[in-house]
Design a protein around this ligand. Structure first.
Ligand code: PDD
Length: 287
């Protein structure tokens, strides 16, 4: 039985109970993180915690658990859920707690709800080998996409649109700019240069995105945080999406039309291999 953490206690998942007044439930008033676990180690924990702390400040939440506590809780969940070997994820969610429904903040002494769970994870290596298809979708989100809020209706609708079309992901388009996926960031190769929408309030600053930009620089791949547009799609040499549960995923088809050669491209491959070398620093890649 999985063990989870809720508001100060570790307990079997089935025993966890939340108030129907929880503001996460009522308003989507909270933030979350998904962190990769490889052979018992948290991947890029520092970057996830930095983003979490920024998100908490942005929505003015101040849980009793410190960032160090959250890391300790994550490690205990890795142990208690036997994730010392293989692949897993830690899910974390912090909401403004339970209080009678008012749009404004509840009384200052309301305890934030803090929930963490750990689960095994199957890496989508089969999809990576062939590459995946995606569709474009209008970016119907708000103007603070940099906050990893649990208010995910646009992402849910976008991903369902992908599922309805039998493809892997939907790519948000704002005006004419290619932004990011429903739960991934995206990169294109144009004239040999790797391009991705700049860090801003209009995309989530992905941890994997940051690592990939760093790896591209290390590998000497020209990289620019510069938008590309729908009109550029037919000219793309390569395209891929990135994320904690996606790694680097080659995209071989956008809206039914092939990307470049229609097979995973060489820059995409090199970047995945470089990411895998970091993910599996202590064991052979693909384990
Ligand atoms: N989603 N963009 C969006 C909108 C996301 O929701 C995510 C992650 C990313 C990639 O970020 P990272 O590399 O830090 O995982 C980009 C998580 C995995 C989720 O919602 O499950």
């Amino acid at each position: 039985m999985p063990i989870i953490y809720l508001n100060g206690s570790f307990m079997p998942r089935e025993e966890a109970k939340l108030s129907i007044d929880d503001r996460g439930f009522i308003f989507g008033d909270g933030v979350y993180e998904v962190t990769r676990v490889v052979n018992g180690e948290l991947f890029e924990s520092g970057r996830h915690l930095t983003r979490l702390s920024r998100g908490l400040a942005d929505i003015r939440l101040d849980p009793v658990e410190s960032l160090a506590d959250i890391e300790d809780i994550s490690r205990r969940l890795i142990a208690d859920n036997a994730l010392g070997e293989g692949e897993g994820t830690i899910y974390l969610q912090i909401t403004r707690g339970a209080a009678p429904r008012t749009h404004h903040f509840p009384p200052a002494d309301t305890r934030c709800t803090v929930f963490l769970s750990a689960a095994k994870f199957t890496v989508p290596h089969d999809k990576r080998a062939t590459g995946v298809s995606v569709v474009t979708y209008p970016d119907i989100r708000w103007s603070r996409c940099d906050i990893k809020t649990v208010n995910l209706i646009p992402a849910v609708l976008a991903k369902q649109f992908a599922v309805d079309h039998g493809v892997f992901e939907s790519i948000f388009v704002r005006g004419s700019a290619v932004m990011e996926g429903s739960h991934t960031n995206c990169f294109g190769v144009l004239d040999g240069e790797l391009r991705t929408y700049p860090s801003s309030n209009y995309i989530l600053g992905g941890v994997t995105r940051d690592v990939v930009i760093e790896l591209a620089k290390e590998l000497g791949v020209p990289v620019a945080e510069r938008a590309f547009h729908v009109a550029d799609i037919p000219r793309l040499e390569e395209f891929f999406v990135t994320g904690t549960t996606t790694d680097v995923m080659p995209v071989v088809e956008i809206d039914g039309k092939p990307v470049g050669s229609g097979t995973p491209g060489p820059i995409t491959r090199r970047l995945y291999e470089a990411l895998a070398a970091r993910l599996y620093a202590r064991v052979p890649a693909g384990r």
